[in-house]
Design a protein around this ligand. Structure first.
Ligand code: 3HC
Length: 326
């Protein structure tokens, strides 16, 4: 775990030249020390963090939609309470991450406007529909499971506020995955129709879950630099492989079949071989042509508009309390 850096960039002699500040930044990264908001950092480091943290935050908020639509249709009060807690957690994760982005100088309202205008991304996974209640369990098991694979290493990200936000997020994600898996175990012990619902959901969510980790390393424009700066600790392909190796035994325990005929244990690699996801589909979803892209952004835009009065009231109250002082 990187040690916290010197909060104030202690560069010998003060009044530092750009070269000295850059050298100090590089030394912090090399020593695996955290970069904190008040430390000098290259614009490129700041910008790629704003890019990634904003996408992460947007993903948490948009990610509330697929499952949120099942809250009113949960089959029992217990399932409804669990799903309410999970969807509420995702909102909180978004808030932590927008706060982390603000420590980099980003403006939350500006990030929201860019999301709604389609000028910033959110995870491709949330552009697929949650068609049956089994999807709630499969999203918990596979999507939150993939998020855990991706987010646990981010607890060691070089940027302090991002890494610290991830610690709390990951604790809640493990609940998200377990509740989904427990729901699926229950359905798989149920009727043949319930078992068919689970298998159908697995068939629809498996490949989009693999795409969550990003494009193959050789076509990732950001991975090499993000790894050099310690923003990311593993490459997209490394984490995708880790997710497959984790999921196959879980699928066996559930009694479902993962929809990849080439999935097979490779003794020499100590991992599972698996087929390449459909990267043309991935590119289409990122281009806005996925099954639910338009609906997700329309819903987010509507929620933002519906919340205008809340923001105005909060700002008016704050102004009144401060007596108009900024
Ligand atoms: N969905 C949408 N865009 C994606 C993507 C995906 N699954 N994978 C990659 N991209 C985008 C990248 O943002 C980048 O575009 P940009 O330069 O315009 O931002 C481009 O495709 C190339 O990808 P790279 O691999 O070069 O980009 P990164 O180095 O940023 O890696 C990432 C992509 C692995 C998603 C990384 O950004 C990351 O780890 N982000 C934080 C974690 C995250 O977003 N997790 C998923 C959503 S959160 C979630 O699942 C909530 C949970 O509660 C369910």
């Amino acid at each position: 775990m990187p040690a916290p850096s010197s909060h104030v960039a202690e560069v010998p002699g003060g009044g530092n030249s750009a070269g000295e500040e850059r050298a100090h930044f590089d030394a912090l990264i090399a020593r695996e020390q955290r970069i904190e908001p008040r430390d000098w950092m290259p614009d490129e480091y700041r910008n790629t963090l704003i890019r990634q943290v904003a996408q992460h935050a947007h993903s948490e908020i948009i990610g509330m939609q697929p499952e949120g639509m099942w809250i009113t249709r949960a089959p029992s009060l217990r399932r409804k309470a669990i799903l309410l807690a999970k969807v509420q957690d995702e909102a909180g994760h978004g808030m932590y991450l927008y706060s982390a982005a603000e420590t980099l100088g980003a403006d939350r309202a500006d990030l929201t406007a860019k999301l709604i205008a389609g000028r910033q991304k959110y995870s491709s996974i949330f552009n697929y529909p949650a068609l049956t209640y089994a999807d709630v369990g499969v999203i918990g098991w596979l999507v939150d499971g993939a998020a855990i694979c991706n987010q646990v290493p981010l607890c060691r990200s070089s940027y302090g506020p991002y890494a610290r936000a991830m610690v709390r997020v990951c604790k809640e994600e493990s609940f998200h995955q377990r509740q989904g898996y427990e729901l699926l175990l229950t359905m798989m012990a149920g009727t043949p129709g319930q078992r068919e619902m689970v298998q159908d959901a697995v068939d629809r969510w498996w490949w989009p879950s693999l795409m969550m980790f990003g494009p193959p390393d050789e076509s990732s424009p950001n991975t090499a630099q993000s790894m050099a700066w310690g923003v990311k600790r593993h490459t997209n392909d490394e984490l995708r492989q880790r997710f497959v190796d984790m999921s196959v035994p879980q699928a066996d325990r559930l009694g479902v079949t993962l929809p990849d005929p080439d999935l097979a244990w490779n003794e020499s690699r100590g991992s599972y071989d698996f087929s390449e996801p459909d990267w043309a589909e991935f590119a289409q979803v990122l281009a806005g042509n996925g099954p639910c892209n338009a609906a997700r952004l329309a819903r987010r835009r509507q929620a933002h508009e519906d919340g205008t009065w809340v923001r105005e009231a909060a700002l008016a109250h704050a102004a009144k309390r401060s007596g108009g002082r900024p």
